[in-house]
Ligand binder design. Structure first.
Ligand code: OAA
Ligand code: MG
Length: 220
């Protein structure tokens, strides 16, 4: 697991990139009136987006509609360029439960103006992450249940079997565009049920009961 003096189980400390896949579940694409894509939709978050349990998720000062998106995160172990689909899983060190926090009002405005989603997706605390989950604990990333509760109420529930583009496809696709490096994280998209959160809300999420996490929401 160790690489030099660094340990991939603390990948969020490495300063590596976070590659996000959008609209990878048809039911979520439809709930936001987006077309179901014929190839992956990609965007990035900077490593400064990471937040860990114990620290709050902050609503950006410029947003009044912050949404949760629960997602399976794939942590890259061995980097590569133009990785073949057949060997893609050899590049996975493990997984993490992630939230792709999204300023939905800002994203809607960006979409309307044809602008990038950076303000909506890449702000500080926009990427809450769980503990690292070693790959052995998820033998099939194409068949795990993701769930998210807000103040105890179930809001999102989906199975990664519903992904349009499965994990090996995504690793191959992304690595043909940008080299994947050890410690990079791929967020694989969210199932349906995204909704608003406010100051003082409590978010609880899990990959089944393999890993769970709890975050509170605060304002700047
Ligand atoms: O903002 C969106 O709806 C796109 C996205 O991140 C997702 O589908 O997970
Ligand atoms: Mg997302």
């Amino acid at each position: 697991m160790a690489s030099g003096t660094r340990n991939v189980t603390r990948f969020w400390e490495w300063g590596r990139k976070i590659v996000c896949v959008g609209r990878n579940y048809a039911d979520h694409a439809k709930e936001l009136n987006n077309a179901v894509p014929t190839e992956p939709v990609l965007f990035l978050k900077p490593p400064s987006a990471y937040v860990r349990e114990g620290s709050p998720i902050l609503v950006p000062a410029y947003s009044s509609n912050l949404h949760h998106e629960v997602e399976l995160g794939v942590v890259i172990g061995t980097g590569g360029t133009a990785i073949a689909r057949a060997s893609a899983m050899d590049h996975v060190a493990g997984y993490a439960l992630c939230l792709d926090m999204t300023a939905r009002d800002v994203q809607d405005a960006c979409k309307a103006k044809g602008l990038p989603w950076t303000l909506a997706k890449a702000f500080d605390t926009s990427c809450p992450v769980s503990e690292f989950v070693p790959r052995e604990r998820i033998p099939d990333p194409g068949d795990v249940r993701l769930w998210l509760r807000v103040n105890g109420q179930l809001r999102q529930e989906g199975n990664t079997a519903q992904m349009i583009f499965p994990v090996p496809y995504l690793i191959s696709y992304v690595s043909a565009i940008m080299t994947l490096e050890e410690g990079d994280l791929i967020l694989t998209g969210t199932p349906a049920g995204v909704s608003s959160v406010r100051e003082h809300d409590e978010l609880q999420a899990g990959i089944e009961d393999i890993v769970t996490m709890t975050f509170r929401v605060d304002r700047h």
